[in-house]
Design a protein around this ligand. Structure first.
Ligand SMILES: *[C@@H]1O[C@H](CO)[C@@H](O)[C@H](O)[C@H]1NC(C)=O
Ligand SMILES: *[C@@H]1O[C@H](CO)[C@@H](O)[C@H](O)[C@H]1NC(C)=O
Ligand SMILES: *[C@@H]1O[C@H](CO)[C@@H](O)[C@H](O)[C@H]1NC(C)=O
Ligand SMILES: *[C@@H]1O[C@H](CO)[C@@H](O)[C@H](O)[C@H]1NC(C)=O
Ligand SMILES: *[C@@H]1O[C@H](CO)[C@@H](O)[C@H](O)[C@H]1NC(C)=O
Ligand SMILES: *[C@@H]1O[C@H](CO)[C@@H](O)[C@H](O)[C@H]1NC(C)=O
Ligand SMILES: *[C@@H]1O[C@H](CO)[C@@H](O)[C@H](O)[C@H]1NC(C)=O
Ligand SMILES: *[C@@H]1O[C@H](CO)[C@@H](O)[C@H](O)[C@H]1NC(C)=O
Ligand SMILES: *[C@@H]1O[C@H](CO)[C@@H](O)[C@H](O)[C@H]1NC(C)=O
Ligand SMILES: *[C@@H]1O[C@H](CO)[C@@H](O)[C@H](O)[C@H]1NC(C)=O
Ligand SMILES: *[C@@H]1O[C@H](CO)[C@@H](O)[C@H](O)[C@H]1NC(C)=O
Length: 592
């Protein structure tokens, strides 16, 4: 199977000439840390579902899940992982996929774009131990993966999902888990848990009266006219740009969680680039960071326990708002979430008071722009959102906890609408040029940063320090006939303790992908990743692809595999027409 091995920067590199070469399928992947679950424990793997998604709008795969009974006491597992393996042999768009178990969305993914001919395969393995209470009960398991098969888009996604349960023992203790997980979503018999906003999504929820800690996790992604939300122009300046350049409602988005109409917390989302983003060649075979496992956002809802534990139902709401005066967005942000609830063994109600509540409903925003008569110039949108809430709660057992929850988030986005004197006659005037024979440059430089902390009696239970620098420089012929050059430079920098139930970790990822000449001139994608966690695990990976082939791959750290299988190169001649998506292109069917 392995024809050659060589020592490469201290890491053993093996070259596979097995079945992959014969089939010449492209093996796509997202860079991510390997599982941290105990390899030494007894493991049981079960198939959850196996299904091919052709024309699948309104037809999610829904199966009856039952917990395995041969892998130690049900619910006492040391951990649980999912393995999602997918192939497709025809051209297709990137599609959104959501996994829902017991009404809770536990994973949001998207599909790498297949190329025509020999097709693609990918596997993503995810730690889902934090959802152990959901896996411990029988119930519905839903995979929604809305696909459309039509002329030119023949790809069907053949999917298999396996779950592996790791038995616990003295050596490998059971995963820490909450007592109750409350879904924030609304699955039906034709859809997963995610809800499309606007309008705001609201749900009446009754929290156990003996709740003493509540941690919220949010899922959110922009789709359709909001797929490239960071490229949407502020309404004030939209009409100064050539018509069809981009969408309105500006580039700022915050995901808000409200309790009975009061702001409980917000997330400034990480901009996930799907694999069809602008030039698909940029994301082969390395997808953008987060494309196969969209990041989620963690908030402490414990300060609202004095409100929530009165035995009545309360309204929890999720929406997404912009920096426009009426906070409007173009629609199709898909949101959901869950509440992990820790209860007091006394069974008696928790009481208390919110003592400080400084939580403005919306971010403070600032928009300035300067677009000239030729439709050229810049627009900057800045935002900050600071929130501080304190509570004192008294459990049924009599323990008093002082909760201090705060968020301080910053955002800046500058869009550049420029002319490229190299490609066209200068000055470019995209608005009035009769021939429209000029090149148009559309750059965006965005950052989102923040510090989020929650302490219970002074001890940190949740913290999140993040920075998501993001830039796309795009040069295209005007009107959007073809795209000449695109440079992507984006990073995910995050030190997060999601809750006491999940090990804290630090991830640094930077990905620079460059496509010149509309993807024809040796696109490259360089990805630098590092992971450390509070359990002492470490992992680094530097992987570069040129012209859709991995040319170097260095892994190190305690989680690094001892050998690396080099993916077989894709056969270039089989690359067919690729469906690109780019801002302002209204001809393209919608994501998901
Ligand atoms: C994931 O599942 C596929 C089969 O669907 C299997 O070939 C592959 O080895 C599995 N990968 C891991 C890491 O478990
Ligand atoms: C893709 O796979 C399906 C099912 O195996 C097969 O019927 C079809 O001919 C294949 N298409 C191509 C383009 O190879
Ligand atoms: C799906 O739900 C709708 C609305 O609740 C109901 O009318 C329909 O019969 C259900 N279909 C199936 C197959 O259960
Ligand atoms: C929540 O309950 C209130 C009071 O019963 C009701 O008016 C409201 O419509 C409910 N909201 C949702 C989203 O079900
Ligand atoms: C918000 O304002 C914009 C610009 O004035 C307008 O086009 C849009 O309809 C408004 N949206 C809502 C939900 O009111
Ligand atoms: C909450 O406030 C009420 C009214 O001020 C007071 O009676 C009660 O003792 C307070 N509870 C706690 C836990 O501080
Ligand atoms: C927006 O924020 C950036 C980054 O903090 C800053 O450099 C810039 O001056 C701000 N611009 C405006 C108009 O507030
Ligand atoms: C034109 O392209 C050349 C070569 O890439 C570069 O050196 C020069 O700065 C460009 N000029 C402008 C005005 O962009
Ligand atoms: C566009 O510009 C190119 C390069 O200057 C020129 O060859 C071509 O004739 C122009 N086309 C039109 C329609 O003006
Ligand atoms: C991208 O565009 C921005 C703004 O126009 C510019 O400052 C930056 O140097 C460009 N980066 C690259 C790599 O071209
Ligand atoms: C990207 O990786 C390629 C191949 O390893 C290398 O030649 C190139 O210098 C790298 N570019 C950047 C910007 O890191």
């Amino acid at each position: 199977m392995f024809s050659a091995s060589r020592v490469f920067s201290g890491v053993l590199l093996l070259t596979s000439i097995g079945v992959l070469v014969q089939a010449a399928v492209q093996v796509d992947f997202q860079v991510v840390q390997p599982l941290t679950l105990p390899a030494g424990s007894k493991q049981c793997t079960v198939e959850i579902l196996s299904h091919t998604f052709g024309n699948s709008y309104g037809h999610p795969e829904i199966v009856q899940y039952s917990p395995p009974t041969n892998c130690g006491a049900v619910g006492s597992w040391a951990g649980i992982s999912l393995n999602f393996t997918v192939t497709s042999n025809g051209t297709q768009y990137d599609r959104l996929g959501t996994f829902t178990l017991q009404d809770v969305e536990i994973w949001r993914t998207s599909t790498p774009e297949p190329v025509s001919g020999d097709g693609i395969i990918w596997t993503y393995v995810k730690d889902v131990s934090r959802y152990t209470p959901l896996f411990a009960e029988p119930g519905n398991f839903i995979l929604e993966l809305d696909n459309v098969v039509e002329t030119g888009l023949e790809g069907q996604y053949a999917t298999t999902l396996h779950a592996t349960f790791y038995t616990s023992s003295d050596q490998y203790p059971a995963a820490t888990q909450s007592n109750v997980i409350i879904p924030l979503g609304n699955p039906a018999n034709n859809t997963g848990a995610q809800e499309s906003v606007p309008p705001i999504f609201s749900l009446n929820v009754t929290v156990p009266e003996n709740a003493v800690q509540i941690y919220a996790e949010l899922q959110a992604s922009g789709n359709s006219d909001e797929e490239f939300w960071y490229y949407n122009a502020a309404n004030e300046y939209l009409n100064d740009l050539p018509s069809g350049t981009t969408y309105g409602d500006g580039p700022f988005r915050e995901v808000r969680l409200l309790v009975d109409g009061q702001l409980a917390g917000v997330a400034f989302p990480y901009p996930v680039l799907f694999t069809g983003a602008i030039l698909p060649e940029a994301w082969m075979p390395i997808t953008s960071y987060g494309a196969l496992d969209l990041p989620t956002y963690f908030l402490d809802l414990t300060p609202f326990i004095p409100v929530l534990t009165d035995g009545s139902s309360h309204t929890i709401s999720i929406d997404v708002s912009s920096a426009e005066s009426n906070h409007s967005i173009n629609g199709n942000w898909f949101v959901s979430g869950n509440l992990q609830v820790v209860t007091d063994p006394s069974g008696k109600p928790t009481t208390g008071n919110i003592t400080v509540n400084n939580s403005p409903l919306y971010a403070t925003t600032h928009t300035v722009g300067n677009i000239n008569a030729n439709g050229l110039g810049t627009i900057t949108v800045n935002a900050t959102h600071d929130l501080h809430i304190e509570s004192t709660i008294v459990s049924g057992s009599g323990e008093t906890t002082n909760v201090v929850w705060s968020q301080s988030l910053q955002y800046s986005n500058t869009q550049y609408y420029l002319s490229d004197a190299n490609v066209s006659a200068s000055p470019c005037n995209p608005i009035s040029s009769a021939s429209l024979n000029c090149s148009f440059v559309q750059n965006v430089v965005q950052t989102a940063t923040g510090t989020i902390t929650s302490t219970h009696n002074g001890a940190t239970v949740l913290s999140d320090t993040f920075s998501y620098p993001f830039a796309i420089n795009l040069t295209n012929e005007f009107p959007l006939k073809s795209l000449d050059d695109v440079v992507f430079d984006h990073s995910y920098e995050r030190t997060v303790i999601p809750s006491p139930l999940i090990t804290g970790s630090t991830i640094h990822n930077r990905q620079v992908a460059v496509c010149k000449g509309g993807g024809s001139a040796s696109p490259y994608n360089n990805n630098t990743f590092s992971y450390t966690d509070l359990a002492g695990n470490t992992y680094q990976r530097q992987v570069n692809a040129v012209n859709r082939v991995v040319v170097s791959d260095h892994q190190s750290g305690s989680l690094a595999p001892t050998s690396i299988v080099q993916h077989a190169p894709v056969i270039q001649s089989t690359i067919g027409p690729l469906p690109a998506r780019f801002p302002g292109d209204r001809r393209i069917v919608h994501q998901s």
